[in-house]
Design a protein around this ligand. Structure first.
Ligand SMILES: NC(=O)c1ccc[n+]([C@@H]2O[C@H](COP(=O)([O-])OP(=O)(O)OC[C@H]3O[C@@H](n4cnc5c(N)ncnc54)[C@H](OP(=O)(O)O)[C@@H]3O)[C@@H](O)[C@H]2O)c1
Length: 266
């Protein structure tokens, strides 16, 4: 199995590669540079990936920033929205052909998108997706996590309509002790430090539902689910709103500069 660790930091990426090779004795593991805050970087990454002529059976849309101050990317997008949502939206689109070609009827390719329980309180502000008029870091994080659920469901619907052997599911990994909390307040960090042994899962525990979504035979042919604790769970009511899913899809295509294929949208 060929594994690509994509990230915007070479050193920790290469460290992960070394660790995986050591633990699995699979030498086909590599790091590739991908800056999700840049549409150009995403396009370059996909070009480099395609030049390798590899199959693509699983895509995990994992990266995120959380509670960063109000900042805008080189493309003019609010950072949470850009890195966590739009970057993965474009990446997935550009890799869809590779996923389609790699899937088969008894072995579907899989797209696993990481959301969060925070999406339950998220609101999609269609009049101000980039939070220019009013900004709250919590609101921006929750909005993009809701956008990822809407995207994952709408993608599954489109894949099913076209009859491709690709499924899309969304995962909430639970509360996990990772660097995601680096932008929280010192008081939160103190509480986390004191209680993490009790309230937080380890990164390995947090990865379990992602791995389940990526490889479990239970999910063969089953897309369009919100998974947490290794189980299908109901996501926020608003995430099932198909009109909202389609509206977000159309807007996202425009924002990242790709053509929407209307035949799949019906
Ligand atoms: N931890 C939790 O409690 C929790 C709860 C619910 C959902 N989640 C979700 O789980 C996923 C994984 O988060 P985590 O907890 O493992 O956090 P994490 O340790 O901070 O991992 C996030 C990863 O995203 C990468 N990243 C950030 N900005 C990027 C960019 N512009 N381009 C490319 N890569 C970028 C980070 O790289 P650097 O470290 O180099 O910046 C890091 O490797 C996220 O989608 C998160 O929202 C986590």
């Amino acid at each position: 199995m060929h594994v690509i660790i994509a990230g915007n930091c070479e050193d920790p990426g290469q460290e992960s590669v070394k660790r995986i090779i050591k633990e699995t004795r699979n030498n086909k593991v590599e790091f590739m540079y991908l800056e999700l805050a840049s549409l150009q970087s995403i396009r370059q990454f996909v070009e480099h990936f395609k030049a390798k002529n590899l199959s693509l059976h699983v895509l995990v849309n994992n990266a995120a920033v959380m509670l960063v101050p109000q900042r805008y990317t080189e493309d003019g997008f609010e950072e949470h929205f850009a890195v966590n949502y739009l970057g993965h939206f474009l990446l997935t689109h550009l890799l869809l052909d590779a996923l389609r070609q790699s899937g088969s009827s008894d072995h579907n390719s899989r797209i696993v998108t990481l959301s969060s329980a925070t999406h339950y309180i998220g609101e999609l502000n269609l009049n101000d997706l980039q939070s220019r008029h009013s900004y709250s870091s919590h609101g921006a994080y929750a909005q993009c996590k809701l956008a990822l659920v809407l995207f994952s469901y709408q993608l599954q619907q489109r894949l099913a309509v076209e009859g491709s052997y690709v499924i899309s599911n969304v995962v909430d990994p639970g509360v996990v002790n990772t660097d995601l909390y680096r932008h929280t307040t010192w008081l939160f960090k103190l509480c986390k430090w004191l209680t993490s042994w009790l309230l937080f899962q380890t990164p390995s525990q947090g990865a379990s539902t992602v791995i389940y979504a990526a490889v479990s035979p239970d999910l063969e042919g089953s897309g369009g689910f919100y998974l947490t604790n290794g189980q299908k769970t109901k996501s926020a009511d608003v995430s099932y709103d198909e009109d909202l899913q389609k509206e977000l899809w159309t807007r996202s295509c425009k924002l990242v500069g790709i053509l929407e294929t209307h035949d799949q949208a019906s």
